[in-house]
Design a protein around this ligand. Structure first.
Ligand SMILES: C[S@@+](CC[C@H](N)C(=O)[O-])C[C@H]1O[C@@H](n2cnc3c(N)ncnc32)[C@H](O)[C@@H]1O
Length: 256
């Protein structure tokens, strides 16, 4: 999936919602950043985490946001305009334009599942990280990213179509094995489950449904069917049988 235009905008609204702020807090808690450090965010999107990293490393440190999308990086630059120590980098995670042994920490949120070459990207993380430094990742178990309340057939059509939106549906199930292979130790996981029954403006369910609807249209599902799905979810919410579940997994480890 390309994070440009409408989908990029919805993604940034999701990042600005409570779902985004709560996972950034989880990442910051495990990173334990010290002033003066150099920290990289892979797949920085609109720069919400980048801004927090810039604050945490302080004026003598450096927070860098890497992304493949110029649209997202433009937004990230705007968001971090007040911070001289925040930088953006256009490029792919498996070929990062940074020196070897230059980063004190690498973070990434909901990005590695979109990267076809996950192992090459982990290897690149090991190249740029200093020894004993931390890599922290959040990826979603997409099999648990579900809506409830619409007609089963229609719901399954939209959800099955969405499976094509990323390369790795269940990345957290293989991530620690992959990290071990590249020399990471003290690996830990923390599930960050969501169960949501409303679609107000601070609700990740609202933006998740919008992204799924946009993607279904891009994949050729008819506008009538997509509108019908959205209407059924709205009716379910109004009548008290709507739910959205999501199971992001935070994984972290230290390079040996
Ligand atoms: C779902 S968004 C997450 C953005 C941000 N981390 C957040 O949590 O709000 C995924 C981001 O990863 C970027 N991305 C996808 N493939 C990438 C790759 N191979 N290298 C770097 N960034 C990538 C996309 O352009 C997009 O901005």
């Amino acid at each position: 999936m390309e994070f440009q235009n409408e989908i990029g905008l919805i993604q940034r609204k999701m990042a600005a919602s409570v779902a985004g702020s709560s996972r950034r807090l989880e990442i910051l808690n495990v990173l334990d950043i010290q002033s003066g450090q150099q920290v990289l965010d892979i797949g920085c999107g609109g720069g919400h985490l980048l801004e927090e990293l810039a604050k945490a490393v302080g004026p003598k440190g450096k927070a860098i946001g890497l992304d493949t999308s110029e649209d997202q990086l433009k937004q990230a630059k705007g968001r971090c305009a007040l911070y001289d120590n925040a930088f953006t980098l256009l490029g792919f995670a498996n070929k990062i334009n940074l020196e070897s042994n230059s980063c004190d920490a690498v973070a990434s949120a909901q990005t590695f599942e979109y990267i076809e070459d996950v192992d090459g990207s982990i290897e690149e993380v090991t190249r740029i990280l200093k020894p004993s430094s931390i890599f922290v990742n959040i990826s979603i178990l997409w099999d648990y990213y579900k809506f409830y309340g619409a007609d089963d057939n229609l719901n399954n059509l939209i959800q099955d179509t969405f499976k094509a939106h990323c390369f790795h549906q269940m990345l957290p199930t293989t991530l620690s094995g992959r990290l071990k292979k590249f020399g990471f130790k003290q690996l830990k996981h923390k599930p960050l489950p969501m169960f949501i029954t409303t679609t107000d403006d601070n609700s990740p369910a609202k933006y998740a449904a919008e992204v799924m609807a946009q993607f279904a249209l891009q994949q050729g599902v008819s506008k009538d069917k997509v509108n019908e799905w959205q209407n059924q979810l709205k009716l379910a919410e109004d009548t008290g049988h709507f739910a959205y579940t999501n199971l992001p997994i935070l994984t972290y480890g230290y390079l040996s």
